[in-house]
Design a protein around this ligand. Structure first.
Ligand SMILES: [Fe+2]
Length: 380
């Protein structure tokens, strides 16, 4: 927990330019003028085919900037997709990356930036003894099309390694995009299920950052405002797609990303990655399912912070936060149970506890604790 008596040294890296507001994506061309001559726009198939990213491309054309488009980024992108982005970038002699999409698109572009700059295989940059990532040789711009991952502001890229059945994380402050555009128009038509899952992911980023053992006055400031914005707009955004609520969600998700870049996350994220890797449960949904049990596990260790968080979320300080989250999940249509197989528990526990986020959690979890939390997902 953060405290007044500790001396902390904080390294703070944030995007240099943030443009926010309805219609902001039409500023893309002007923003990159003089910075990129021939960028590669990285996106996903739906955003491209439905013409949702058309204002970005038109804005580039109006500014006289030629571009190439990679539009095959899948959810939970693979190492192979990252390699394809690198190949397309090099074949087209591009000089900048513009990622327009959700966390998957942004993470794939960030990981590709590493390979374009430093070469080799993505696996070389993962974990202990990893190759160092150099300053990027191009400018990276992020235009989020979901409000949740915070990837537009974090140093992390999460990529699926299907061979090893793991999600690998590549991390460097150089991967924080230099330019960010937050435009609620891009969120129009996001299906309610996706809006709910990504929105819960953002809420959990803010909450885990707020109670993190590595928290500070700086991460607390970002997390507190994120909790307020998300708490007051999430249900409205999911149910109605309201533009103001969408803007609050984008800004809340951005702030939550700033918070956890400083403080790391916690046990929810540690335990959710194996669920996604083994069962294909979407990241935000896996987090939302685990959160009530993790709050109950942490309650005593972080009681004051959870009360403050409940108040910031608009639930009231006296509210039992775990119960409130269960109700929120119901309101958002997130399934409360998942058919986990008992025999998979040892592998889930092993993979979950390997995460560095375990150390940031306010209470240290052991194997039995992780197993008990996973078991809460199994239908009675
Ligand atoms: Fe997350």
């Amino acid at each position: 927990m953060s405290g007044a008596s500790r001396i902390q040294t904080l390294s703070w890296h944030v995007p240099e330019t943030v443009v926010t507001g309805a219609g902001a994506m039409k500023e893309t061309g002007g923003l990159v003028q003089g910075v990129m001559k021939h960028p590669l726009v990285v996106t996903g198939p739906h955003l491209f085919q439905a013409g949702i990213i058309a204002p970005v491309l038109e804005s580039l054309e109006e500014a006289g900037i030629g571009y190439a488009v990679f539009h095959e980024t899948e959810s939970d992108p693979s190492i192979e997709t990252v390699e394809k982005i690198r190949t397309m970038y090099e074949k087209n002699a591009c000089d900048g990356l513009i990622a327009v999409g959700g966390g998957s698109v942004m993470d794939a572009a960030k990981a590709a930036a590493v390979l374009i700059g430093d070469g080799g295989r993505l696996q070389d940059y993962e974990g202990a003894g990893a190759r160092e990532i150099s300053p990027l040789k191009m400018t990276l711009m992020a235009v989020p099309a979901t409000a949740g991952t915070g990837s537009e502001v974090t140093p992390f890229a999460v990529i699926s390694d299907h061979q090893r059945q793991v999600k690998m994380t590549v991390s460097s402050p150089f991967l924080i995009p230099e330019m960010v555009v937050l435009d609620p128009d891009l969120l129009k038509g996001v299906p309610a299920g996706l809006a709910a899952a990504t929105g819960m992911d953002a809420l959990i980023h803010a909450l885990e950052a707020y109670v993190s053992r590595y928290g500070s006055f700086l991460s607390d400031g970002f997390a507190a405002q994120a909790l307020e914005k998300i708490g007051h707009s999430l249900v409205k955004f999911v149910r109605t797609g309201d533009a103001e609520a969408a803007q609050d969600m984008l800004e809340g998700s951005f702030l939550a990303g700033c918070a956890f870049s400083l403080s790391r996350l916690g046990l929810v994220h540690a335990l959710s990655h194996p669920l996604s890797a083994h069962y294909g449960i979407p990241h935000g949904t896996a987090n939302a399912l685990l959160l009530p049990a993790v709050i109950r596990f942490n309650q005593e260790a972080a009681d004051r912070k959870y009360r403050q968080a409940a108040s910031l979320l608009g639930a009231g300080e006296q509210t039992d936060l775990a119960d409130w989250i269960e109700e929120l999940n119901r309101l958002l249509g997130i399934e409360m149970k998942w058919d986990l197989r008992e025999e998979d528990l040892p592998v889930l526990v092993r993979d979950g506890l390997m995460s560095g986020n375990v150390q940031a959690n306010p209470r240290l979890a052991e194997e039995k604790d992780a197993e008990d939390i996973y078991k809460t997902l199994i239908p009675a």
